[in-house]
Design a binder for this molecule. Structure first.
Ligand code: C2E
Ligand code: CA
Ligand code: CA
Ligand code: CA
Length: 279
């Protein structure tokens, strides 16, 4: 028994070192890819349930290595990048790319807000808000043009400097969303402290809401509290008409998900926007 215990331990450490090795390889390739232009932003429309139109979208990062067999999904490579300062470089690329895209769209007479995902390490940089403002200035954007999404996790770990910075942005008109709302550990009390404008409710609350009475009740309660606090409510991961109708009946403000549209390339977004505003 002692012997097999030792073997198990060997297997275990082998597995860990294999994992670490794979992560180091991905990290190295991410660095190289940044220099090679192998990243792309795709944009997932957010449907305004009141005006029945699309006024915003979320920018989502895609990695397209030259060898497609090496492609890795953001759910894998973002957490790896977040373990080092690589996420700051990637986040900076996302920020500038999103600004450049919104600016190009504006010049073509197409006005749509783009929300970007900001990770904790980015927000921790002492000059994050200066960087944000300098990109906005460089691309001629107004505060309303570019929103930011932060998870509860990031907000809970934030300090006064970050919260003041966020407050400053919010007061200028920047849309600030709590992403994946409901999956973190935050208490409702935090909603008084965080300078935010939108609650973006995690997909897990929506999936079974129409069928499962408890899920439905939870969703309804979050919407009620959020609206009382004057936040806009966004739901993500809507995949069926039933979920969409259920959310609409709860007076949810914005909805995002495959039911409306998958994340689209910059060209496809314009087409989608034009079609949506035809109806
Ligand atoms: P997220 O911020 O929660 O983004 C939503 C994810 O749900 C996206 O996955 C999107 O493609 C997916 N999704 C959208 N509609 C549906 C639906 O109807 N059903 C289902 N099952 N999924 C849907 P994606 O693009 O793979 O991104 C995964 C995560 O990676 C994001 O989760 C976000 O946390 C992170 N991420 C993506 N881009 C960036 C980025 O530029 N910066 C940072 N820091 N994180 C990013
Ligand atoms: Ca997000
Ligand atoms: Ca989310
Ligand atoms: Ca998520």
């Amino acid at each position: 028994a002692k012997e097999s215990g030792r073997n198990r331990r060997h297997l275990f450490t082998d597995e860990i070192s294999r994992k670490l090795k794979a992560q180091r390889e991905i990290s190295t390739r991410l660095h190289q890819s940044l220099g090679n232009g192998e990243f792309e932003l795709v944009y997932q429309p957010q449907f305004d349930m009141t005006s029945q139109s699309v006024t915003a979208c979320e920018a989502l990062l895609r990695w397209r290595p030259q060898d497609p067999s090496l492609a890795v999904s953001p759910d894998i490579f973002i957490p790896i990048a977040e373990r080092s300062d690589l996420i700051i470089l990637l986040g900076d690329w996302v920020l500038e790319q999103a600004c450049a895209q919104v600016s190009a769209w504006k010049q073509a007479g197409f006005n749509i807000r783009v929300d970007i995902n900001v990770s904790g390490k980015q927000l921790e940089q002492a000059d994050f808000f200066e960087i944000l403002e300098s990109y906005r200035a460089r691309y001629g954007l107004s505060p309303q043009d570019l929103g930011i999404e932060l998870t509860e996790h990031v907000l809970i770990k934030s300090n006064d400097r970050m919260l003041n910075g966020l407050r400053g942005q919010r007061d200028k008109g920047v849309e600030i969303s709590i992403d994946d709302f409901g999956t973190g550990y935050s208490s409702l009390n935090y909603l008084k402290i965080f300078p935010i404008t939108n609650l973006k409710i995690d997909r897990s609350f929506v999936v079974e809401a129409p069928e499962n009475e408890l899920d439905g009740a939870l969703l309804e309660a979050i919407v009620t509290v959020g609206h009382r606090l004057k936040f806009n409510i966004v739901v993500e991961g809507i995949e069926t008409d039933r979920q969409a109708q259920f959310c609409k009946a709860l007076a949810i403000d914005y909805a995002q998900g495959y039911w409306y549209s998958k994340p689209l390339s910059a060209t496809e977004v314009v087409r989608f926007f034009e079609q949506a505003s035809d109806h």
